[in-house]
Design a protein around this ligand. Structure first.
Ligand code: F6R
Length: 248
């Protein structure tokens, strides 16, 4: 595990986008060789997506032969709801680049059989050859994707009931009304992300400082699920100075 400390959130966004650019470029994707990228939503990666869109517009990167898998999706929100992760991904990223929609996978939180949908997602990842680079964000309670405190560190894609802290953290997207935040989500498991060849976790802001300290300075602990990535052979934690305030 490597910890990269950068000045502020905008430098983190730029650094992360350059890292993705470099990884995709050196891999050299093509029709028979797709780069498989795992992606998060939330506030943290927005700057990275904007930089990647700039790189695409400048002709420095193409996503034509990139396959993406998103980490998670709310259960029961219509796909075109402004807070659904489908909507977020299309508006913030996919519609601005040349990705093939058939290769941009987001879990379907309205599937008639949610368990089957989670299994289908795991199968798709396996059939794509596994994730080459999984990018993640964490919550102030150390969750990665919707792997809330107490989640199994070998968990796979599944239905999760969200922790109160997550409802509280995400209510800002639902008019600050916690009752409007969906109570369940589909999420990749910690084990699903651990299987990726490389993992890059973005952590910015003083409100994530305790989570970063728990993630890197204490032992692996299922109450801080992001700490599992201490044991990943190719994990990067990329953070800003504000997020380091609780480090010893
Ligand atoms: C998003 C996700 C979550 C977020 C985390 C941080 O797909 O899985 O783990 O990355 O909740 O969210 P922000 O970036 O909004 O602080």
């Amino acid at each position: 595990m490597r910890l990269i400390i950068l000045e502020d959130a905008s430098v983190v966004a730029d650094w992360a986008a350059r890292f993705v650019l470099q990884r995709i470029t050196e891999f050299g994707p093509g029709p028979d060789r797709r780069f498989v990228l795992g992606l998060p939503t939330g506030g943290t990666p927005l700057g990275m997506y904007r930089r990647l869109i700039d790189f695409y517009k400048e002709g420095r990167i193409s996503f034509k032969y990139v396959t993406t898998f998103n980490m998670d999706e709310y259960v029961g929100l219509p796909r075109d709801h402004p807070e659904s992760y489908h909507y977020y991904m299309w508006n913030e990223f996919f519609k601005h680049i040349d990705i093939d929609p058939a290769h941009a996978h987001v879990l379907d939180g309205n599937a008639p059989n949610l368990v089957a949908e989670c299994q289908r997602f795991e199968t798709l990842i396996r059939e794509a050859g596994g994730v080459r680079l999984f990018i993640g964000g964490i919550g102030p309670d150390g969750h990665i994707a919707f792997n809330e405190p107490g989640s199994s560190l070998v968990s796979r894609t599944r239905v999760k009931t969200l922790a109160y802290d997550t409802l509280e953290a995400n209510k800002r997207f639902f008019g600050n009304d916690i009752s409007k935040v969906p109570r369940q989500a589909l999420t990749v498991g910690v084990g699903t992300v651990m299987d990726a060849h490389e993992v890059m976790i973005l952590i910015t802001g003083v409100h994530k400082a305790l989570a970063l300290a728990k993630a890197v300075e204490e032992g692996v602990n299922h109450m801080w699920t992001v700490s599992a990535f201490q044991q990943h052979a190719q994990a990067l934690f990329v953070c800003d100075e504000d997020a380091t305030l609780e480090l010893r």
